[in-house]
Design a protein around this ligand. Sequence first.
Ligand code: ACM
Ligand code: ZN
Length: 542
Amino acid sequence: MHRLLSLILTIALTMLTSSTASEISIIPRPQKLATPAAGKPFVLQATCTISASSDSANKVAKQLANYLQPATGFQLEIVPADGDIQLILDSESQLADEAYIFAANEQGIVITAKTNAGLFYGVQTLRQLLPTEIFSANSMPNIIWEIPAVTIEDSPRFSWRGLHLDVSRHFSDAEYVKQFLDYMALHKLNKFHWHLTDDQGWRIEIKQYPKLTEISSQRKETLIGHQRSKPHKFDGKPYGGYYTQEEIKQVIAHAADLHITVIPEIEMPGHAVAALTGYPEFGCTGGPYEVWTRWGISSDVFCAGNDDTLQFVKNILDEVCALFPSTYIHIGGDECKKDKWKQCPKCQDRIQTKGLKDEHELQSWFINDIEKHLLQANKKLVGWEEIREGKLSKSATVMTWRGVGQHGLDAAKDGHDVIVAPQKFTYFDHYQAKNDEQTARKEPLAIGGHLTLDRVYSFDPIFPELAGTDKEKHILGGQAQLWREYIPTNEHLEYMAYPRACALAEALWLQADKKDYEQFSARLLPHLERLDQLDINYRKLD
Ligand code: ACM
Ligand code: ZN
């Protein structure tokens, strides 16, 4: 009889525990989370203190206090030790770099990590354990700021958890980019791939080449409607924008506070029409060129046979390397048409003198030459998968986007590190509903395709061909792309990015065997309330 009673009690307690656990809706889901059966919550009050174990941890403590201030109205005091919330930085710890341990009970909260990044992720988890109103910018006087009793051990599966943003086709100013980074940090995303140049606009100030901002950053007008709808119509409105180096420094500093690395992308040798409009002498024909007003792929590319062109891009990269602390510098490398190279005496001469087989080898010669230059500045080259055409040096990192498994597998087999960014799972410029549902939902015009939330969730950078092989280590992680031909405004950008970025974040953070879409969907509902509080214009669920 006793035994039966104890069994019933155990079952009841387990149910209680799991119901508490299911109310906890952290995205990305932590690797390990336990809720003590009889644990009482911690209640955050105005008199609570935050302690930081070092000057370095103090920085995270201040961030935490700032996060909590607007909605609670509390100005939490930061003390040297024994705070109600303790941030403990232990550089000797066995924890992985981005890992953290989080423990909350009625008495207080302790977050332990080896690095500030780990502490910071513990803080992001803390925010998500509070009532969703904590994300409000306005004071919320009637809320009891409870944090459930919980213990969490957490660390990411991949070190590269990225979002890419195209600011060439359509621009977002530096203030907005900082906000975009705030939303990434909430989801523990840590790589911001900033697509700064393309045919439709050059967006970064380069001091040596002022025409890049005077001329290349402006276009005459922009295509209305889809590129496929002919005849083309244009809006007749000049469009432009760029970041000064000062603004870029501010964005990088903000990103660093959020433990996000900013990886700049400077496109070459293709997607160069905007640059060539300012500096036509670096194309094969000498121009004139005009910053593109429509979408697609231009056959006007940098002349790979002209030494002055190589010097031009190297000088640009020197300024970029000096500006961006990121080890990785993205040089594009995708969709470079070879028509002009075939006709160009300088390009043909280069093929002859370097003993190259064809224009593909000319492209890899160009990329390898640029890579050598970057390596001298202690930077690593990363480029879209087309940089593998020809003979690419092993030290280059490859970003795959066209296929799913095979392309990455081939690159990894050749010894390259790989970042997996396939259209099928990570192109957030695609429609969010299946074709037949697009019209019913009145989805805004998009480039095409469809990428539903559940497909994003199912994304696994370790594709089956690679799983369990010694090549797995070459897969650094993955990222989603926000190409902006059809994404003109920041509101529209948020619509395309969220909630798909929530699914991406979990796909890149959580161990594969713990992923569960239904469970994620349940956690997403309260999470969307957070996004509401933050005023993010996410796409509503079906
Ligand atoms: C790409 O989508 N052209 C990388
Ligand atoms: Zn040429």
